[in-house]
Design a protein around this ligand. Structure first.
Ligand code: AMP
Length: 143
């Protein structure tokens, strides 16, 4: 059912947007925020979210979605330059059955290396904030 329904203004990403929960910020402008995933599937796992209240791909206005994916490409390029992975997965989930755990639309940028298997999605292993901030500043430097 989580594919349907109203936007919850108390979701974790809404709290990050309002500054109530801290994040390791990579990029921010009037419409977009990007930060490091706190439970990364791989080193450099970065999230890109819009500053509009949309649960998923089907709720968001087309114009906001275009802006979101354009920024995912731009920030993904910076992740590529900063970390030089062998591959990068771009992921986006809609509804709990599909793996979505935070109901504010977002794109995942997940670097991949030939010799390292990624951790499972939503594995619950929290990263060290200092390490995330260091990664964020390396990515920011390439924007
Ligand atoms: P999804 O499961 O596609 O909805 O993705 C939500 C992502 O948010 C997961 O990869 C979580 O690891 C990540 N996440 C959850 N809480 C936080 C947080 N406080 N700061 C940063 N990332 C988070």
């Amino acid at each position: 059912m989580s594919l349907y329904g109203d936007y919850d203004p108390k979701n974790i990403f809404a709290k990050i947007l309002s500054g109530d929960i801290p994040c390791a910020k990579v990029y921010e402008d009037a419409r977009i925020l990007s930060f490091m995933d706190a439970f990364p599937q791989a080193k450099g796992h970065t999230l890109v979210i819009p500053k509009v209240s949309a649960r998923n791909l089907f709720d968001i206005r087309c114009e906001d979605l275009q802006n979101l994916i354009a920024h995912t490409q731009k920030i993904g390029r910076a992740v590529r330059s900063a970390l030089e992975p062998d591959g990068i997965r771009i992921a986006q989930f809609n509804g709990e059955a599909a793996g979505q755990t935070v109901f504010h639309i977002h794109f995942h940028i997940i670097p991949a290396w030939d010799d390292a298997a990624p951790r499972a999605h939503a594995s619950g292993q929290m990263a060290d904030m200092a390490e995330l901030k260091d990664l964020a500043s390396r990515i920011k430097a390439k924007l």
